[in-house]
Design a protein around this ligand. Structure first.
Ligand SMILES: [Zn+2]
Ligand SMILES: [Zn+2]
Length: 123
């Protein structure tokens, strides 16, 4: 048994991820559940930072979103950057670089759907 330093619960060691992948010996101080929570939180914060960086509103219709939930980040050359959908997991410095390098657009859900549809059907 091991105590999670976040929720302070005692849990089986299988409830903790290992550092350095499955061959790693050392266990994370947080249990899997807390780690997942932490990842979500981190991603939410990262997304908010990206949104701020991109002007905070839909670049097509001007829609604003306080939480960022109705805004999405569009990579105009998304084909070349397939891994960009994992952008929220990257280091902040790498994200900043990526955003500067390839024109990212901030779009609301509606405009994003329209754009995706047009792209897909070559409109
Ligand atoms: Zn925990
Ligand atoms: Zn829009």
């Amino acid at each position: 048994m091991k105590q999670c330093t976040n929720c302070n619960k005692n849990k089986e060691e299988s409830q903790f991820w290992k550092r350095g992948g499955s061959r790693g010996e050392e266990l994370y101080p947080y249990c899997k559940m807390c780690k997942r929570e932490q990842n979500y939180k981190l991603r939410r914060e990262t997304k908010k930072k990206i949104i701020d960086l991109l002007g905070g509103q839909c670049q097509t219709c001007g829609h604003k979103s306080e939480t960022g939930v109705s805004l999405s980040i569009d990579h105009q050359n998304g084909e070349k950057h397939k891994d960009a959908c994992n952008i929220l997991q990257w280091e902040w410095s790498r994200i900043e670089e990526e955003i500067k390098k390839c024109d990212c657009w901030l779009l609301c859900m509606n405009c994003h759907m329209e754009l995706e549809y047009k792209r897909k059907h070559g409109l």
